[in-house]
Design a protein around this ligand. Structure first.
Ligand code: DX5
Ligand code: ZN
Length: 235
């Protein structure tokens, strides 16, 4: 069954010397493991690539959500699909033909995701959404964990949700950056249904409990919204 809400801890905030244990720490509480791939060109930071993803895949059963912050995703993205990622997201700013790459990713057996960074408007990409399974709206500037959530970027989430509703699209709307107990409700109310959280999960004493808490907050916000949309509760 597809969960109503996806919680995706980002291993960017985990201990890179103990990735297998860090993945295990959220088993049963996380839906996806968010893997931030950075190339020091598209963003000024450098993380991991296919060999680490390949090894970590063998160490955990949690589906991988690979977020490629790299130049030339056409060249590299299909490798992550072949390594068994469940979702592969590349940036709109780095790709001339997002629809062609989405087709390649789907053909390679993964969900296809499109990401828009802080300074990229979402409107030019709304028409492409039928070709994608996820749209990732950055709620910070891509590149580093631990930054402050930017609530003004939720306008893009609302636009994507309106567009998805109007077109009856089956698409996940994912938010990434500064998602924590004090921001996840606003993101859920704006229409997000997949939540990346690095610091809020791996900075917590109990990462699995942090995932459960985030999920409960998002679910409660959506439930309250549904109740008020339908005219309030009856006694
Ligand atoms: C940053 C990455 C995020 C990052 C989020 O560019 O895409 O996934 O890990 O970290 P937090 O949740 O700490 O903002
Ligand atoms: Zn990310």
């Amino acid at each position: 069954m597809t969960p109503d809400i996806i919680i995706a801890p980002s291993i960017l905030a985990a201990d890179f010397a103990n990735l297998a244990a860090e993945a295990e720490a959220v088993e049963g509480a996380a839906d996806w493991l968010h893997v931030d791939v950075m190339d020091n060109h598209f963003v000024p930071n450098l993380t991991i690539g296919p060999p680490v993803v390949e090894s970590l895949r063998r160490a955990t059963g949690i589906p991988f959500d690979c977020h490629l912050m790299i130049e030339d995703p056409k060249r590299w993205a299909p490798a992550y699909a072949q390594l068994g990622a469940c979702n592969v997201t590349f940036h709109a700013e780095a790709c001339d033909d997002p629809v062609a790459l989405a087709k390649d990713l789907r053909a390679a057996g993964t969900l296809a995701g499109l990401a828009v960074d802080r300074d990229t408007p979402i409107e030019p990409y709304l028409e492409l959404l039928p070709h994608f399974d996820t749209i990732l709206v950055m709620t910070i500037k891509a590149g580093f964990g631990g930054q402050a959530f930017m609530p003004e970027l939720l306008a893009k989430v609302r636009a994507a949700r309106r567009h998805a509703k109007a077109g009856h699209l089956d698409i996940r709307i994912e938010v990434d950056g500064g998602i924590a107990a004090d921001t996840i409700e606003a993101a859920a109310l704006a229409g997000a249904d997949a939540f990346v959280a690095g610091t809020a999960v791996y900075g917590a004493h109990d990462p699995a409990e942090a995932c459960r808490k985030l999920r409960a907050l998002a679910q409660a916000a959506v439930a309250r919204q549904t109740t008020s949309d339908s005219g309030g509760t009856t006694v």
